[in-house]
Each structure stands twice: as structure tokens, then as C-alpha cells.
Design a protein around this ligand. Structure first.
Ligand code: MSP
Length: 508
């Protein structure tokens, strides 16, 4: 079994913001979940560099476009490292392997007779990198960027997208899972019903881009170029064996604004070139900041590093995954982030881990043996049920429900500790084995919750597994085998400083 997962590749004209980081974090959770299930996983991200905005930004900085992209690559990689994004490969569209992949795919599309020369006259929004029709504009401005698009008149090559309308409809009908969630699928089905137009796929008179193999005076339109990264990253055009091993992609994770490119244009390009289609596209929603769209010009972007610095990368990851239904839009505010941090981490999980380890330390010098008193079947049943729910949720990319399932185990364990009150039991010297069993069972439930949270909070879950004396480390863990409840065994628990101290003052 193998799983090839990608995210959108980012424009590098500005640093990542919380919205772009959200996509990478959620895709990382999926990648880590797949690995936890024992599936061989390839997780690829990258940078989309041939945009006109990048070219302009480099000019402003007085450096060449490539130098600028090199600088930005470092910035992007730093952010992803800080957020613990575990990609296996990072592709840049200026790399030679990508150029060769683009060239090959374009040649195939050309050979299929799907490109023709034409003349484009109309609007083009550089910030969207998209051709716009009059009806797309509001008061003559791009509705996304509130800026006036350029009027361009140039020779372009057009791709016969119209030819693929019926094959696309047939594909959507035969593969209802191709585009999820449902809301995106319905939107695209409506688009396919209303008809498609051929699209311009080249730009003339520009030096920044990949030249068309059959007309080097033109470069590939940046979207045509960028989409091909998913194939070139696994060897299309350079390494047939690698490509055969990983293609087709299992999942493209992308934002809802670029669904059409991924579920209409990209599959049509692949159909034309005779390449298998990816299995699934997931269009996630938007992260807003205090209810407002994140936008550079409005000053409503948020630096993900600043958010991670507040409490750590893991609390940020948990917040974004647990508080936003995956697929829907969500919101970030400092107040809510702090509130959830205190509730979910400081008071709940962190406090639970500290109390159980402290009691084991105080009453039993840290060593607890299970199986010498009656086990607590109810807690075991809650944990087993939660593992099943977690599996189903995560397999359907309902990441928020996966996190909620882990929290059901944590809540049940807190209730269990309150109900069994080991600090009372311990006063009765004949109840020592019961105290041990309570702490063993609590440690077991925490171990299982930590395993389930491993994809979401990799560092913290690892530390929790260590503190509860998990016999299996995070890198060896396999969900189906290791998330089973153990009623017997020995555990060495470790007492240590609070994982998440309570946050007192709200950030303005
Ligand atoms: N370069 C193109 C993608 C090419 S993929 C072949 C692009 N880049 S982007 O930098 O503008 O956006 C990168 C990803 O971040 C996209 O999937 C986009 O939808 C997503 N997001 C941008 N802002 C976002 C939020 N505020 N919230 C969630 N995702 C957001 O588009």
C-alpha cells in the first residue's frame, strides 16, 4: 500500500500566512496519519515560481527572479520546519526536473491535437494569474484583489478544454469520490453543466516561464506550468520508474478557490496527454482572521510563526485541526486560540498527564503494574470505540472529528480519575492493587489518546507517550496494532514539568 499526497504549491511573492500554513498543517496531519497506519507515504509540497508577481517583486528587490526565489525558498522552508511539516520532497517550478516534465506533457497535449494558435484580447489579473471576463469584474476591478486587471492583447495557444467536457462529466459520474467535499463537487458539476470554454495556456513576450517546446517565443501559462508539478515531482519526464511507483496521486489537498484548476483543467490536461488521473481532490475552506478574509492589502494576514511562538507549534496545529470542520471555512482569533489552549491543553490533557504521573510517582514510585486487580472495562470500551470512530473520521478526512474522538478518551479518563479518586483509595492499605490498576488504566487510556493525537501534535504526543511509559515509541507505532487496549503489563511513568502552563493574559 502506498499513498501519494500533495498540497498546492505556493506563490512566493510573499511569506506564508496562517491561511497557506493551514493547508500545509492539515495535509501534514493526513500524511502522518497514513504513516501511522503503516502506509508508505510520499508527501510533496513546493513553490510556484513562474508568476509575474514574483518577477515584479524580484525587480523591486533589485535581484534576479531566480535569486529572489532562492531567498524565498529558505523563508518557506523555515516556516514549514517551525510548524513540523513532514514533507518528503519539495519541488520548485524553476527546477530542471520540472521543466522536463512540463515539456513532455505539453508535447503530448500538442501531439493529441489539443492546442491551437489564437489571439487573446481581454483582462488579466496578475494577482490571480487568471484571465478574467467582463462579467467577473466588479466596477472594473478584480473582486478578489480589488485592483484593476491588465488589458492584454497577444498571440496565445489555446487548449481545447471544451473537448473534455463530456469525458469529465463521465469521470465525475463514475467516481463520485473524485472531488470532495460535496459542496465543491456540486459547484463543479454545475460548471460542467453550464459549459466550458477553451483556455489560453501560454503568454507571449515574457521571459519568466517555461518556453513552449514548439514555440520558444512563448512561455507556458503559469497555471499550466504549476499543475504539472504533481507529476514532475515523481519523475514524469525524468524518471519513469519513480513515476510508475507513485502515480497516480492519491490526494491533492487544495484551497476551495482553486478547485476548478484542479478538478477540471488538470484532469483534462492529463486526459489529453493520456496520463491517468489523480484519485481524489480535497478542497478545504478558508481560514479567516476575526471573521475577515486574510488579505495583505487589508493588513489582515497573520504570521504563522507568531501564532506558533505564542504556545508552540502543536497547540496551533491542534487549534486549526480541532476547531475548524475540515472542508468548511473557519476562524482564528487570539482570544479563541488562548481559550482553547487553556481548555484543551492546560486544563485538560496537560493536567491529566501531570496528575496521573504525579500520583504514580508519589504512591508507587512511578512503577505501575496492571492485571492484579479488576480492570476497568468501561474506560477500555470508550477507548476502543473512540479508536474506531477516529479511524472512520480520518479515512474520510474529517480531521476535526478525528481530534474529537481522541478527546473523548481524554474526557473519559478525567471522569474516571475523578470517580475512582485514587487519592482516597490510597489511604486504605488493602486497596494498593486497586490504586495500581486505576493508574495503569489511566496511563493506558492516555497512551491511546496520545497515539491518536500523534498526527496532529507530533512532538507533544511523543512526549506524552514517553511520560506514560509507552512500550512502543512514536516512530514504530502502527495504529491497528498499538491502539488496542492492554489490560495487563508494567509501566514506568515519568513525572515532569507541566506540558502546557495555563495562559493568563490575553494577547491584544
Ligand atoms: N500557486 C497557486 C497554486 C498552484 S497549485 C498547482 C496558489 N498559490 S497561493 O500561494 O495563492 O495559495 C496556496 C494555497 O493556499 C492554495 O491552496 C490556497 O487556496 C490556499 N490559501 C490561501 N489563503 C488561504 C486562507 N486564508 N485559508 C486557507 N487556505 C488558503 O494558489
Amino acid at each position: 500500500m502506498r499513498f501519494y499526497l500533495t498540497t498546492a504549491i505556493d506563490y512566493v511573492n510573499s511569506r506564508p500566512h496562517l491561511g497557506t500554513a493551514y493547508e500545509k498543517i492539515t495535509a501534514d496531519v493526513i500524511a502522518r496519519y497514513k504513516r501511522l497506519c503503516g502506509v508508505e507515504t510520499r508527501f510533496v509540497m513546493g513553490n510556484d515560481e513562474h508568476s509575474q508577481n514574483v518577477f515584479r517583486r524580484a525587480r523591486e528587490h533589485g535581484v534576479s527572479p531566480l535569486e529572489y526565489c532562492n531567498l524565498m525558498e529558505r523563508e518557506f522552508r523555515d516556516v514549514w520546519a517551525r510548524l513540523d511539516i513532514s514533507f518528503d520532497d519539495f519541488i520548485r517550478t524553476t527546477e530542471e526536473r520540472h521543466r522536463r516534465g512540463v515539456t513532455k506533457l505539453l508535447e503530448r497535449i500538442q501531439a493529441a491535437g489539443d492546442l491551437y494558435e489564437g489571439f487573446y484580447e481581454g483582462w488579466y489579473c496578475v494577482s490571480c494569474e487568471a484571465f478574467k471576463q467582463e462579467k467577473d469584474l466588479i466596477d472594473g476591478l478584480c473582486p478578489v484583489h480589488a485592483s484593476k486587471p491588465d488589458w492584454i492583447r497577444e498571440k496565445n495557444y489555446f487548449f481545447r478544454l471544451t473537448k473534455y467536457r463530456e469525458p469529465l462529466r463521465a469521470h465525475f459520474a463514475a467516481h463520485p469520490e473524485f472531488l470532495v467535499p460535496e459542496i465543491r463537487r456540486n459547484e463543479i458539476l454545475r460548471l460542467l453543466d453550464s459549459g466550458l470554454e477553451d483556455i489560453s495556456v501560454s503568454r507571449a513576450g515574457q521571459a519568466w516561464g517555461i518556453p513552449l517546446p514548439f514555440d520558444p517565443d512563448s512561455v507556458a501559462y503559469v497555471w499550466f506550468d504549476a499543475l504539472i508539478n504533481y507529476a514532475s515531482a515523481v519523475g514524469y519526464g525524468t524518471d519513469d520508474r519513480l513515476f510508475a511507483r507513485w502515480w497516480p496521486a492519491d490526494l491533492h489537498v487544495i484551497g476551495k478557490d482553486i478547485t476548478r484548476f484542479h478538478s477540471v483543467v488538470w484532469p483534462a490536461m492529463l486526459m489529453s496527454a493520456g496520463v491517468e488521473l489523480p484519485r481524489q481532490v480535497f478542497g478545504h475552506g478558508w481560514v479567516h482572521l476575526k471573521g475577515q478574509k486574510m488579505s495583505k492589502s487589508l493588513g489582515t494576514t497573520l504570521d504563522p510563526i507568531e501564532a506558533a511562538d505564542r504556545f508552540g507549534a502543536d497547540p496551533l496545529r491542534l487549534y486549526l485541526v480541532k476547531e475548524i470542520a475540515y472542508g468548511s471555512d473557519g476562524d482564528f482569533s487570539w482570544e479563541r486560540y488562548e481559550e482553547r489552549y487553556n481548555v484543551d491543553l492546560a486544563n485538560n490533557l496537560g493536567n491529566l498527564v501531570s496528575r496521573v504521573a504525579a500520583m504514580a510517582d508519589r504512591y508507587l514510585e512511578g512503577r505501575v503494574v496492571g492485571g492484579r486487580a479488576d480492570p476497568h472495562d468501561r474506560l477500555a470500551a470508550v477507548a476502543e470505540g473512540a479508536v474506531g470512530d477516529y479511524r472512520r473520521a480520518m479515512d474520510a478526512y474529517a480531521l476535526h472529528e478525528g481530534a474529537a474522538a481522541a478527546y473523548r478518551v481524554i474526557d473519559a479518563t478525567n471522569e474516571f480519575i475523578a470517580a475512582t479518586a485514587p487519592w482516597v483509595l490510597v489511604r486504605d492499605s488493602s486497596a494498593r492493587r486497586r490504586v495500581e490498576q486505576v493508574l495503569f488504566d489511566a496511563a493506558e487510556a492516555i497512551r491511546i489518546a496520545a497515539l491518536l493525537l500523534l498526527p496532529v501534535m507530533p512532538r507533544s504526543a511523543e512526549e506524552i507517550l514517553r511520560r506514560v511509559g509507552s512500550p512502543v515509541g512514536p516512530h514504530q507505532a502502527v495504529l491497528d496494532r498499538d491502539a488496542r487496549w492492554h489490560a495487563t503489563g508494567e509501566r514506568i511513568l515519568t513525572k515532569a514539568a507541566a506540558l502546557w502552563p495555563r495562559a493568563e493574559a490575553a494577547k491584544p
